[in-house]
Design a binder for this molecule. Structure first.
Ligand code: NOJ
Ligand code: NOJ
Length: 452
């Protein structure tokens, strides 16, 4: 009897110890995730300029990213605004970021109204608010480039609206009216200018976020739609009811258009439709692009603004492709930490851009921002209690595991000092292309905040 009890006691004891070890390993990993959050938050600040601009990466060649891209900066500032006004952020960092955010508003007001020559250096039209990138002097970059990129004003509006809502809650209405939103037309405040542009230009074909193809893009239209939904709510608060109605109507029209991106025969959302034949890239032989996943996470605010089951199906197909095509994905356990490694994701199947050229077949690599997007998406799915029998995971525990595996993948390839570049090599896993990419840090901050 006593012997028997001892045996049960022993088994129970071993069980408890093994559970503690699992918990301990998990706690250690969570500490590693947090350490990189703090490092990313520190390193990203090196890319913020004293004039309010942000460099995409502090790199002057191969690739030359020493410009302010409206997209990269907007996605970044939206996250930094949330961090700066989050009581969990340490006060010194919060203060510094709040000062930078103030400078950023002025910087963007400058970009919106900067003098623009009518054409680029080859005589092609420039596009005002649709211009994708600027010199750090605040002048438009008028080299021949993929333009317009109409996700820019929409993303900037999303960042601005986030800030306006915080300032309104703090009683800083005068700051909102002076720089962020005033109802008068022609618009001369940051958000109103962008919303007017989006509301009147979303039908225009646009070059995508990868700056490659002119078409109707799922990513661009989704950020445009959500900027108008949130813009309408802000407009109403600011007593601009007529504009609010108009923005809402336009967002519904965009929503109707977005329905046509789903291809039931393949069960996926096509990244684009109506691709301009002159712009179509021959290597893009599938309808898959991680841009669809980015559209889902960048607009998530506790609810999704995309058809979530269709995005899950699309992400599943993307994940399968990268699993099968990047040799680094055959390494599935970190030999040191023994943690499972998630899937390293790139931009789209058969991408050729390795940060220097697009000359070689299938030369491109996984991107940190794409790999982290999957982790963030899993946490967003968990937050809404998403359940599906197939796909990324059906229980909260499985979704957490998917997310942690993506963090593990990133920590496995990241430099020892926590620096994140744009890509990491598909065969040997080492960091490549633009070093200290602002958007890589942003995607880490954003994924971490979605999960913890
Ligand atoms: C540079 C762009 O930034 C990149 O996204 C693109 O793939 C290459 N040019 C090739 O068009
Ligand atoms: C190339 C990427 O494709 C594009 O999305 C980004 O805006 C620029 N690099 C700058 O990071």
């Amino acid at each position: 009897m006593i012997k028997g009890m001892n045996k049960i006691g022993l088994i129970f004891g071993l069980f408890v110890v093994s559970q503690l070890l699992v918990l301990n390993a998990r706690a250690q990993n969570e500490q590693r995730y947090q350490a990189e959050y703090l490092t990313a938050l520190k390193l990203i600040q090196n890319n913020l300029q004293t004039n309010g601009g942000t460099v995409a990466a502090p790199s002057h060649g191969n690739p030359d990213y020493f410009y302010d891209w409206v997209r990269d900066t907007s996605v970044t500032m939206k996250n930094l605004i949330e961090i700066a006004y989050d009581p969990k952020t340490d006060p010194a960092t919060a203060k510094k970021l709040q000062i930078q955010i103030d400078l950023w508003v002025n910087w963007e007001l400058g970009l919106q109204t900067a003098y623009q020559p009518p054409t680029d250096t080859q005589g092609n039209a420039l596009y005002g608010l649709g211009e994708p990138r600027f010199f750090l002097s605040g002048f438009v970059n008028n080299n021949p480039w993929g333009r317009p990129q109409n996700d820019g004003p929409a993303s900037r509006a999303l960042a601005g609206i986030t800030l306006a809502q915080i300032w309104i809650a703090q009683g800083r209405l005068a700051d909102v009216t002076s720089r962020l939103y005033r109802m008068e037309l022609p618009a001369n405040t940051l958000i109103k200018r962008d919303l007017e542009y989006v509301a009147y230009h979303w039908r225009d074909p646009s070059v995508d976020l990868w700056e490659e193809e002119k078409a109707d893009h799922f990513y661009t239209l989704t950020v445009q739609k959500v900027s108008l939904i949130k813009g309408a709510a802000l407009a109403r608060m600011m007593g601009d009811g007529g504009a609010a109605d108009f923005y809402e109507q336009q967002s519904q029209l965009i929503d109707a258009k977005l329905q046509s991106f789903y291809d039931p025969s393949q069960n996926l959302i096509q990244y684009a439709i109506n691709i301009n034949p002159m712009a179509h890239k021959s290597e893009k032989t599938t309808a898959l692009d991680v841009a669809v996943l980015l559209a889902a996470i960048q607009t998530f605010d506790g609810q999704f603004y995309v058809p979530v089951a269709q995005v899950v199906a699309t992400v599943q197909k993307l994940t399968d492709w990268f699993k099968n095509n990047y040799s680094i994905n055959q390494v599935t356990v970190d030999p040191v930490s023994k943690m499972n490694l998630g899937v390293a994701l790139g931009r789209y199947p058969h991408d050729q851009y390795d940060g220097i050229s697009t000359q070689y077949q299938d030369a491109a690599n996984p991107w940190f921002l794409a790999t982290l997007a999957l982790g963030e998406f899993a946490c967003d799915l968990k937050a809404v209690g998403y359940k599906a029998s197939t796909g990324l995971g059906s229980s909260p525990a499985e979704l957490t595991q998917v997310a942690f595996n993506q963090f593990n993948r990133v920590l496995y390839h990241m430099n020892a000092d926590g620096a994140l570049s744009e890509q990491f090599n598909r065969d040997n896993g080492f960091e490549m292309s633009a070093p200290h990419l602002t958007w890589s840090y942003t995607s880490y901050l954003s994924a971490y905040r979605a999960c913890f």
